[in-house]
Design a protein. Structure first.
Length: 133
């Protein structure tokens, strides 16, 4: 996090703790991969959750976003998606992003990729807080 005045990020858990109230937009760019094929399309999504104590987590209303990954027997289907959600995060609140899918047999989720094609590595998920306060 370039601006420590906003809060701290625990890289091991992915939990962000707001140092002050943050009102604005949470922008997320992520890579989702379905590693096993199948005939049916599957749905993958994420949601923003908040917690006052790191124990009890509450989904943020309106934060869930979903994409569909095609079926047709394809393996290693990769989809890049950019999603945004409005946020009003009180100071001291913990924030995390959880992912979900409608099937456990398709092996689908966020994926980071090694450097390839002469480029840099690719993170599985990048998030930004665009604040107005």
């Amino acid at each position: 996090i370039p601006n420590a005045a906003l809060g701290t990020l625990d890289n091991a858990t992915g939990i962000f703790i707001a140092a002050r109230r943050i009102v604005g937009t949470l922008a997320i760019s992520c890579q989702v991969r379905r590693t096993t094929g199948g005939a049916a399309a599957i749905t993958w999504g994420f949601q923003v959750e908040t917690s006052p104590d790191g124990i009890t987590w509450t989904p943020t209303a309106g934060s869930a976003r979903y994409i569909n990954l095609r079926g047709a027997g394809d393996n290693n289907v990769l989809q890049i998606t950019n999603l945004t959600a409005a946020v009003d995060i009180p100071a001291g609140t913990r924030v995390r992003i959880t992912q979900m899918t409608d099937t456990s047999s398709a092996n689908v989720g966020l994926v980071a990729l090694p450097a390839m094609l002469g480029g840099a590595t690719a993170a599985g998920l990048v998030f930004s807080l665009i604040t107005t306060l």
